[in-house]
Design a protein around this ligand. Structure first.
Ligand SMILES: NC(=O)c1ccc[n+]([C@@H]2O[C@H](COP(=O)([O-])OP(=O)(O)OC[C@H]3O[C@@H](n4cnc5c(N)ncnc54)[C@H](O)[C@@H]3O)[C@@H](O)[C@H]2O)c1
Ligand SMILES: [Zn+2]
Length: 357
C-alpha cells in the first residue's frame, strides 16, 4: 500500500492507495470511525462495492443515501435529501459521512459533511480514476446550480482518502481514459520526470497494469497534495491545475455535458492550450509534439469539436475562472512547467482554436 500525506497543519490527512483496501476498510484506517455513519453512493457503484464496505462496518449506526447517478444530481435537491436522512435518523455532530463513488458523489458528500451541524467528519472512497487522482484530493466540495457547475460549495478537507484500485475494474473504458487525461495534466504542469515515465508506460496504462496504475495514481496525488498544501484556496499556484479546463469546460458546456466526458474535453483543451503556447513562442514544437503523442497513445482526443468562435468566447467567459472579464489561460511553457497568461489577443486564440478543432 502506498501513502501520500496532504500537509495542511491540523487539517492534514493521508491518502492510502492499493489493492483490496475496501474489504479491509476499517482495519486499514489509523483513526477510529464515528459511531453514526452516512454512506453516500449511487446504484451503479453500490451494486459492486457497498456490501464489501458494509461488511467491515459492524457495530455502527449506518444510514445509506443512494443518490441517482449523473452530474445533474449533484444538486441542491440531492443535498436536501441527504440532510433529511441525517436529521430524520437523529445524527449528531459526531457523525461521519463516507463518499463511496466518483467525483459527483464525492463533491456532494463533501458538501454535506462540511455543512451538516457546521461540519462533521468526511471520508472519501473514490471509485473512478478521475476522482482518485483529482476530485477526492484537495478539499473542494460542490453542488451545481441550474446556472452553472460547482457554483455552490466549500473548501473542506476529508479525514482520509482510501483509493482501492480494484474498483477501476468495473469502470467503463471511457471513464478510465478520462482519468488518464488528468494524470497527463500533472506531468505537463509540474513534473517532467513523471511525464517521461508516462511516455514509457503507455502500454501498461492502457492495460490497466496494477503496479503501473498504483504509481501513476500515487504520483498524481502527491503533485496535487503538494500544490494544494502551497495554495489551498487557489490564490495562485493551484490555478495551474486548470490546464486545459477553460477550453474543456467550453467543450463540455457546448455539447451539453453528454457527448464528451470531462477528461476527453480536458485532453482536447490541453492540446489547444499547448498550441496557443507554441504559437505565442512559449512552448517549443518538440514539447508540443510530445504532449500530443502522449495523449494519442492513451487513446484520448487531440482535436476539439467545431463551433463558432463567438460560442467559444461565450462559454469561456462564463467559466468562473475568468477574472475582471479577462480570459486567463494556463499555458505549458515546457514539459513540467506552466504559467497563467492573460495577455493573448482574441484573434490569436480564435486562430489556434480553428487549427485544433
Ligand atoms: N472537487 C474537485 O476538486 C473536483 C475535481 C475534478 C472534478 N470534480 C467533479 O467530479 C465530477 C466528475 O467525476 P467523475 O468523472 O468521477 O464522474 P462520476 O462521479 O459521474 O462517475 C462517472 C460514472 O462512473 C460510475 N462509477 C463510479 N465508480 C465506478 C466504478 N468503480 N465502476 C463502475 N462505474 C463507476 C458513476 O456512477 C458514473 O456513472 C464532476 O462533477 C466534477 O465537477 C471535482
Ligand atoms: Zn478536471
Amino acid at each position: 500500500m502506498a501513502e501520500v500525506n496532504v500537509s495542511l497543519g491540523e487539517r492534514s490527512y493521508t491518502i492510502y492507495i492499493g489493492n483490496a483496501l475496501l474489504s479491509n476498510y476499517v482495519e486499514n484506517l489509523p483513526h477510529k470511525l464515528n459511531q453514526q455513519l452516512l454512506i453516500i453512493t449511487n446504484p451503479t457503484i453500490s451494486q459492486y462495492y457497498l456490501k464489501p464496505l458494509l461488511n467491515t462496518l459492524s457495530g455502527h449506526q449506518i444510514e445509506i443515501f443512494e443518490m441517482r447517478d449523473g452530474e445533474q444530481f449533484k444538486s441542491l435537491d440531492s443535498y436536501a435529501e441527504a440532510m433529511d436522512i441525517l436529521i430524520n435518523a437523529g445524527f449528531n455532530r459526531d457523525c461521519g459521512i463516507i463518499a463511496l463513488g466518483g467525483g459527483v458523489v464525492g463533491d456532494l458528500a463533501g458538501f454535506v459533511a462540511s455543512t451538516f451541524q457546521r461540519g462533521v467528519d468526511s471520508y472519501q472512497i473514490p471509485t473512478t480514476l478521475l476522482s482518485q487522482v483529482d476530485s477526492s484530493v484537495g478539499g473542494k466540495t460542490a453542488v451545481n446550480h441550474p446556472q452553472g457547475k460547482n457554483l455552490i460549495g466549500t473548501f473542506y478537507q476529508p479525514k482520509s482518502v482510501v483509493i482501492d484500485i480494484d474498483c477501476l475494474q468495473t469502470l467503463t473504458e471511457r471513464d478510465y481514459r478520462s482519468g488518464l487525461a488528468e494524470i497527463v495534466k500533472y506531468g505537463v504542469i509540474y513534473d517532467a520526470d513523471f511525464f517521461q515515465w508516462l511516455e514509457r508506460h503507455t502500454a501498461e496504462l492502457n492495460q490497466q497494469d496494477p503496479a503501473t496504475l498504483t504509481y501513476a495514481i500515487q504520483r498524481s496525488c502527491e503533485i496535487k497534495a503538494e500544490v494544494v498544501a502551497l495554495d489551498e484556496r487557489e490564490k495562485g499556484l493551484r490555478a495551474l491545475l486548470n490546464l486545459g479546463h477553460t477550453f474543456g469546460h467550453a467543450i463540455e458546456a457546448a455539447t451539453e455535458y453528454g457527448a464528451w466526458t470531462h477528461g476527453e474535453a480536458v485532453a482536447a483543451g490541453i492540446i489547444i492550450a499547448s498550441k496557443l503556447s507554441e504559437v505565442t513562442q512559449r512552448l517549443n514544437s518538440s514539447d508540443f509534439r510530445r504532449i500530443k503523442d502522449l495523449l494519442l497513445a492513451l487513446g484520448l482526443p487531440t482535436k476539439g469539436p467545431q463551433m463558432p468562435w463567438q460560442d467559444w468566447l461565450d462559454y469561456m467567459q462564463r467559466d468562473k475562472k475568468v477574472k475582471d472579464g479577462q480570459l486567463h489561460f494556463v499555458l505549458p511553457v515546457a514539459i513540467g512547467q506552466a504559467e497563467v497568461v492573460s495577455t493573448i489577443e482574441h484573434d490569436t486564440v480564435a486562430a489556434v482554436i480553428t487549427e485544433c478543432c
